[in-house]
Design a protein around this ligand. Structure first.
Ligand code: PGA
Length: 247
């Protein structure tokens, strides 16, 4: 049985002070939740988040890292730094990193391999633009992203990875994918994992939907057979995220 996962992605929001206040408020609301709860936070907020989340069951993830161990990479943080700060999850391949910060498939593959090597739990994002969807090329686009990201990853390692399907046109737009659209792609990703690896790996891997998930639409999305939870941006900055966790 795959455990459901409700993950927040704060993006460039929340100061360390706000981080502590927010986690103190939300922790009792999600205590004892059936699903796993996790927030990806900006690097500067990690120590405050780890401290505030200690003993609450809430996991803390890093929104970004660089795949080299150390050295002359001004402005970057390494997995060793993140791990030492008490973080377990890392987000890889978010569409904002791909488009605004020009991270390509090769980088994303390197980051996934590095995260696995460092025994971190990676969450890999994939998703198509509106243009790709309108051309009817969504499934082949997602397939190419997944095949490239998982190059060199073993079946056991893949099973421990989380995939987040996030159509770019649904991110931050309030325009959520229909449950059928979300299920279609998440189901296709699971079939693809079975094809690349095997049925057991496909059965174990958790696949989330992300893009304008909110307390109103979460339950229906998460009830789909191949959707194991959500990656939530804007709605994870409010304590009503509790409702998404419970959905
Ligand atoms: P959103 O963002 O929920 O604000 O659409 C989702 C994401 O980018 O992970």
């Amino acid at each position: 049985m795959r455990r459901k996962l409700a993950a927040g992605n704060w993006k460039m929001n929340m100061t360390p002070t706000q981080t502590k206040e927010f986690l103190k408020e939300i922790a009792p609301l999600v205590k004892g939740a059936e699903s796993e709860v996790l927030f990806f936070v900006p690097a500067i907020d990690i120590p405050a988040a780890v401290e505030a989340a200690a003993g609450t069951g809430i996991g803390i993830g890093a929104e970004n890292f660089y795949f080299e161990d150390k050295g002359a990479f001004t402005g970057e943080i390494s997995l060793e730094m993140i791990k030492d700060a008490g973080v377990s999850y890392v987000l890889i391949g978010h569409s904002e990193r791909r488009t605004i910060f020009s991270e390509n498939d090769e980088w994303i593959n390197k980051k996934l391999l590095k995260a696995i090597e460092c025994k971190m739990k990676p969450m890999l994002c994939c998703g198509e633009s509106l243009e790709i969807r309108e051309k009817g090329e969504t499934l082949s686009w997602i397939e190419a992203q997944i095949r490239s990201a998982f190059n060199g990853v073993s079946a056991d390692q893949a099973a421990a990875t989380v995939i987040a399907y996030e159509p770019i046109w649904a991110i931050g737009t309030g325009k959520v994918a229909t449950t059928d659209q979300a299920q279609e792609v998440c189901g296709m990703i699971r079939k693809l994992i079975a094809e690349i690896y095997d049925a057991d790996t496909a059965d174990k891997i958790r696949i989330l939907y992300g893009g304008s998930v909110n307390p109103e639409n979460a339950a229906e999305l998460f009830a789909q057979p191949d959707i194991d939870g959500g990656l939530v941006g804007g709605a994870s900055l409010k304590t009503s995220f509790e409702k998404i966790v419970k959905a």
